[in-house]
Design a protein around this ligand. Structure first.
Ligand SMILES: [Zn+2]
Length: 142
């Protein structure tokens, strides 16, 4: 009884230490809370009602982000104020996947994983410039 108690205590300590290490490694800026896509369907249109939240939170140009999303969803999209309207019926999972892909392609610094980045266009190339580590990496937004 005592043995098993002390073992589980060791195990607990180990897990706690591992947990602490994990938390430490995550940069502060990586904890951007993104809302779930707020989607409605009207006819054969898909309306992302909280579209503007994403470029706002990610600090990106809304029109460029929308262009990217339309391209990845293989459809046409227009802005309607804060909403985005896509041609065709897209499910929430597809919209969410495209937003996550955009984050990987155009937001997260490949060198350090920070979300604290901006895009910089040099000639015909777009780069992710990291404000945390200073790395400049090609963005996959073309
Ligand atoms: Zn970085």
């Amino acid at each position: 009884m005592v043995m098993s108690l002390s073992m589980s205590y060791e195990e607990l300590l180990r897990r706690l230490r591992e947990g602490l290490k994990k938390v430490k490694r995550v940069p502060k800026t990586q904890r951007i809370e993104l809302p779930r896509p707020d989607v409605i369907w009207v006819g054969n249109r898909t309306i992302l009602r909280n579209f503007i939240d994403y470029p706002k939170l990610l600090r990106r140009d809304p029109d460029k982000m929308l262009m990217y999303m339309a391209k990845k969803l293989a459809t046409l999209a227009t802005r309607d104020g804060e909403r985005a309207v896509f041609v065709g019926r897209k499910d929430i999972q597809s919209i969410e996947a495209v937003i996550n892909k955009y984050i990987r392609d155009a937001v997260v610094c490949p060198a350090c994983g920070s979300w604290d980045t901006k895009l910089e266009r040099v000639k015909r190339m777009t780069f992710i410039v990291c404000e945390a580590c200073g790395a400049r990496s090609p963005a996959r937004v073309g």
